[in-house]
Design a protein around this ligand. Structure first.
Ligand SMILES: NC(=O)c1ccc[n+]([C@@H]2O[C@H](COP(=O)([O-])OP(=O)(O)OC[C@H]3O[C@@H](n4cnc5c(N)ncnc54)[C@H](OP(=O)(O)O)[C@@H]3O)[C@@H](O)[C@H]2O)c1
Length: 392
């Protein structure tokens, strides 16, 4: 049941056939230093009883069984029934849409937590329906549509503290985009970017899950927005959103920015890394802020990532010469901001002031999650990649 607000990007129906796939066994070369992985507190699904009984709900989950950035090789689907009755403050959610994130392969590679040992459950976020409510839960009812972020969301059913799930108007996957993708854009632009009306903002990977949120929020704030993408279709999508789309494959990004913004860019929302990071840093205006959101070019195969052209002395020269700054952002270190921002984003989608873009390619069932993860890393998706789980 898809609600009306879902914006599937039909014009961009992509092919998985070729492109950048995660290469196996790249975990060993992973750069573990910068925390980009969305490591949330464990949900009960991963701790459920090992076998079904009359007082449990059958559930299949995607479990990481070996550490590697090759998602397909890392995981297996296993049975993890959820015991009943629920904890008094918990709800049981039947997942209907799972959110796919670039960092899913960082998670399976065990990056950011050197002590993690398989098995553990995968997935960061989902949209589903409340199926049971614990005795102490009063704000949610059976049948409510909810979104949540929790480790182990790549599952059919999950038991979760009710306070961690947020009611949404319908089972429209546009609301799923508000979670990791929307929250990252909203909190990072406000807290690290400190964006102001009239400022120039550059978003890289702008037609992606979090990129499209950053573009729309910056435009809503009255900023002049530029966005990079790799295809004509994606650039057209960006242009339709009050954003100057730049095809970084066919245009010289540095030259375009110089011509468009001779005094420089005030805020960069950067999630690509490598030479894109270097160009973006060099484009900053005096007192400009570059937010490091990610460095996707190094995730699947760090050894194949484009080599940066700036050494540390050059970076210092740029920062000193323009009083500008580089700021890291990791969503799960801003948990105190999540509730207020998420409520705002859900309302923006409900009021149709922002579109929760969902990629047009349809993935169905837990078995399709690995396909969806690999598809995101081909670089062909536009908007949020989601996997739909059939209603039971
Ligand atoms: N810090 C945080 O808390 C946080 C939270 C969420 C996401 N992120 C980061 O934000 C970035 C985007 O994540 P997402 O989940 O929203 O993914 P996404 O943007 O929906 O998909 C990835 C996009 O990145 C671009 N890309 C550039 N170089 C690529 C490469 N070598 N391989 C594959 N894709 C490449 C592609 O678009 P074009 O090439 O067409 O531009 C691709 O469509 C990632 O770096 C992720 O780690 C960080």
């Amino acid at each position: 049941m898809l609600g009306n607000a879902a914006t599937r990007i039909a014009a961009l129906a992509p092919a998985l056939a070729s492109g950048r796939r995660p290469s196996p066994h790249s975990a060993a070369a992973a750069a573990a230093a910068t925390a980009l992985l969305l490591h949330t507190a464990s949900a009960s699904a991963s701790a459920a009883a090992p076998s079904a009984s009359a007082s449990s709900v059958p559930a299949r989950v995607i479990q990481v069984q070996q550490l590697t950035a090759d998602f397909r090789a890392a995981v297996a689907i296993v049975e993890q029934p959820i015991p009943l009755p629920l904890k008094p403050n918990h709800v049981l959610i039947r997942n209907r849409f799972l959110g796919i994130n670039a960092s899913d392969i960082n998670f399976t590679a065990g990056r950011y937590n050197p002590t993690v040992k398989p098995p553990f459950s995968a997935g960061f976020e989902a949209l589903g329906v409340v199926e049971h409510v614990g005795a102490d839960v009063s704000h949610l009812r059976v049948g409510d549509a909810v979104v949540y972020m929790a480790d182990g969301s790549f599952s059919e059913v999950i038991s979760l503290a009710a306070a961690r799930s947020f009611k949404v108007p319908s089972l429209d996957p546009a609301y799923l985009t508000c979670l990791v993708s929307g929250l990252t854009a909203s909190i990072a632009l406000e807290e690290c970017g400190e964006i102001k009306n009239g400022e120039k903002v550059l978003v890289t990977a702008a037609a992606g899950g979090t990129g499209l949120w950053a573009v729309q929020l910056a435009a809503l704030q009255g900023c002049k927005v530029y966005g990079t993408a790799s295809s004509t279709d994606k650039v057209e999508l960006l242009n339709s959103l009050n954003c100057h789309g730049i095809n970084y494959k066919t245009q010289n990004l540095k030259d375009v920015l110089k011509a468009e913004a001779p005094t420089g860019i005030d805020v960069v929302y950067e999630s690509v890394g490598g030479s894109m990071f270097d160009t973006a840093l060099g484009s900053l205006a005096q007192r400009g802020r570059l937010i490091v959101i990610g460095y996707i070019t190094s995730y699947a195969d760090p050894s194949a990532a484009p080599k940066p052209t700036l050494d540390s002395a050059s970076i210092c020269r740029i920062l000193l010469g323009k009083s500008c700054s580089i700021r890291g952002f990791f969503l799960m270190q801003y948990t105190d901001k999540i509730k207020a921002h998420l409520e705002k984003l859900i309302q923006l989608v409900a009021d149709k002031k922002v579109k929760g873009f969902v990629d047009s390619r349809k993935f169905v069932g837990l078995e399709a999650v690995a396909d969806a993860v690999e598809y995101l890393h081909t670089g062909k998706s536009a908007g949020k990649v989601v996997v739909e789980l059939p209603a039971q």
